[in-house]
Design a binder for this molecule. Structure first.
Ligand code: JFZ
Length: 415
């Protein structure tokens, strides 16, 4: 659809989303009282820790000053373009300066506005700023009662809407409102339409995710990378290990190779990757995450064109050596399992005009019908994370293999 066919409302959304669609890669940060226990951000619920006992964590939390500066610098180096931090997770503790509760970082242990530090740090690196805000609240007395008691619901709505108002007024322009878990109410009971109208009035340029039970600006598939339908903007959020909050006993960390592969997948589907770090209670980034993120950043420095700018999906078949992104008539083949001096790609339906390593030499190739062979490649992978080969073709790129040794009409992998 060309821009001229959009309704004014659709055009506004397209304008708001412009930076987001180009951003591709962001840093998610889960940081809260749970970071001190180091057993996942759901520890209060999973271990049934009584509120009074859990509250002690609010007094003992002493993060180092301005930890967020280190995160923002790391995000920038990793090639990320925005950040989203937990301003309040399900535990109910507010990292921001809420006047609606005493359970805040300003009034208790840290004695500082951790959200203010985060906003300043992100802006200093030129990164867009997002606020994660959990609607579910295990600490507020009405957090569960709101489901069955109308007075409790009214009080709780005032609290949640009031805090979102605070987040939208204290910190200047905010780029993303990232709601999470809206248990136990539905969109009508949450008065989500009114909530989001208020957010947009206070923050005209903001984009809002779909977790207040209204679709708003973008979808948030979680733990998997699946494009939304009809060109709707989307962002997959992913853990680095298998926990969001700091969990040193969970050592199943993703590697830079995996992150690069995820970036390719989101790029091919015109989406974003929001990759999480769970800092220590002090605010340090686990060294493994730092190390892998720096590798990803170096790779993006070299190969950004195949990820930030190459967005359009094409029809492509699975290959064991790699996968495509594309821009116009150029396909970028991200080779993450290097086959040696020769690389075969079947099923390309276009005439290949040229091939070159994204960061280097032209590559010799022969094309016989739908068999393309790239020759004279280095024996070892030039880049172990993924070597990108830019292949220019004579029309809209398309790859069809089907299941047989020849392609027949309507032959597609059975779903
Ligand atoms: C939620 C939180 O419970 C979790 O702690 C973390 O903050 C994460 C980002 O969001 O978990 C979810 C939310 C949505 C889905 C799954 C887990 N989902 O839609 O499948």
């Amino acid at each position: 659809m060309s821009d001229s066919q959009l309704t004014p409302e659709q055009q506004d959304r397209a304008n708001r989303l412009e930076w987001f669609r180009a951003a591709r890669f962001g840093m998610f940060i889960h940081w809260g009282l749970y970071s001190q226990l180091g057993r996942h951000e759901w520890v209060m619920n999973r271990e049934r820790i009584p509120i009074a006992e859990y509250e002690k964590l609010a007094k003992s939390w002493k993060p180092k000053p301005n930890a967020a500066r280190e995160w923002a610098k790391l995000a920038k180096k990793a090639g990320m373009r925005y950040m989203v931090m937990t301003t309040k997770h399900h535990e109910g503790f507010c990292l921001f300066d809420s006047k609606l509760t005493d359970y805040t970082a300003v009034k208790l242990g840290p004695k500082r506005d951790l959200v203010a530090e985060y906003v300043e740090a992100a802006r200093a690196e030129g990164l867009k700023v997002g606020f994660y805000y959990s609607m579910m609240d295990w600490h507020h007395p009405d957090g569960a009662a709101c489901k069955t008691d109308e007075n409790a619901r009214k009080r709780f709505i005032d609290y949640i809407h009031g805090q979102v108002r605070e987040l939208c007024t204290i910190y200047g322009p905010i780029n993303i409102m990232w709601y999470d878990v809206s248990w136990p109410l539905n969109a009508i009971e949450w008065e989500s339409a009114r909530l989001n109208a208020m957010v947009r009035e206070l923050q005209p340029g903001i984009i809002i995710n779909d977790r207040s039970q209204l679709p708003e600006d973008f979808g948030t598939p979680e733990g998997h990378i699946t494009p939304e339908k009809d060109g709707r903007a989307w962002e997959s959020c992913m853990t680095f290990n298998d926990s969001w909050g700091y969990t040193p006993i969970d050592t199943n960390y993703k590697t830079a190779w995996q992150v690069v592969s995820m970036l390719r997948t989101v790029a091919a589907g015109s989406g974003n990757l929001l990759l999480n770090i769970g800092p220590t209670p002090e605010g340090d980034v686990p060294p493994i995450c730092k190390r892998e993120l720096l590798k990803v950043g170096k790779w993006l420095d070299q190969n950004g064109a195949a990820v930030y700018d190459a967005t359009d999906p094409m029809h492509q078949e699975w290959m064991i050596t790699g996968a495509f992104t594309r821009k116009d008539n150029t396909v970028y083949y991200h080779v993450n399992r290097w086959p040696g001096t020769q690389l075969g790609i079947g099923g390309i339906q276009n005439k290949v005009l040229s091939a070159r390593l994204l960061n280097g030499a032209k590559v010799k190739c022969t094309q016989v019908e739908d068999r393309l062979i790239l020759k004279g490649l280095p024996a070892e992978a030039p880049d172990k994370l993924a070597t990108v080969i830019a292949i220019e073709v004579d029309g809209v790129p398309d790859q069809r293999l089907g299941l047989g040794h020849v392609l027949i009409e309507g032959d597609n992998w059975p779903l």
